[in-house]
Design a protein around this ligand. Sequence first.
Ligand SMILES: Nc1nc2c([nH]c(=O)n2[C@H]2C[C@H](O)[C@@H](COP(=O)(O)OP(=O)(O)OP(=O)(O)O)O2)c(=O)[nH]1
Length: 133
Amino acid sequence: MIPVSCGVVLSDGFVLCAQRNHGQAHALKWEFPGGKIEEGESAEEALRRELLEELNITVKVITSLKSVVHAYVDGPMVKLHPFVCLKDKGQLIVKEHRQIRWVKVELLNNLNWVDADLPVVKQVRELLDASNR
Ligand SMILES: Nc1nc2c([nH]c(=O)n2[C@H]2C[C@H](O)[C@@H](COP(=O)(O)OP(=O)(O)OP(=O)(O)O)O2)c(=O)[nH]1
């Protein structure tokens, strides 16, 4: 089971979505930026390291969401640890992804997500719907 952290990064009501690159697993699918948790690292430490490495940003973590375990067909079993965060410092530099996009919460379903992220998208929608009520 591969432990992975990812960030639902919010700014001005938009969510930062990232498209995986050609040549990677799940090429051209959309994900929340993040990556594998390394030995001796907490999920939150991994998130901060990956966001800095991949996108040159720091974040303020607001809350964690429920983790998702997903077994990819012919692929690894992934345990995804999602965090809702606010973008803090750093000018976004896209280093590894094909592209990034800031997407309104209600339009998140329009992207072609990696399978493990669908339950995360659902949690994000529920969380933000509830906070707008
Ligand atoms: N980053 C990220 N990976 C995800 C998400 N959902 C999901 O199933 N994954 C999977 C895809 C990959 O199999 C794995 C993370 O791999 P990665 O390639 O992004 O991580 P990494 O940068 O640490 O990898 P590496 O190239 O250094 O080996 O988790 C997600 O929302 N964000």
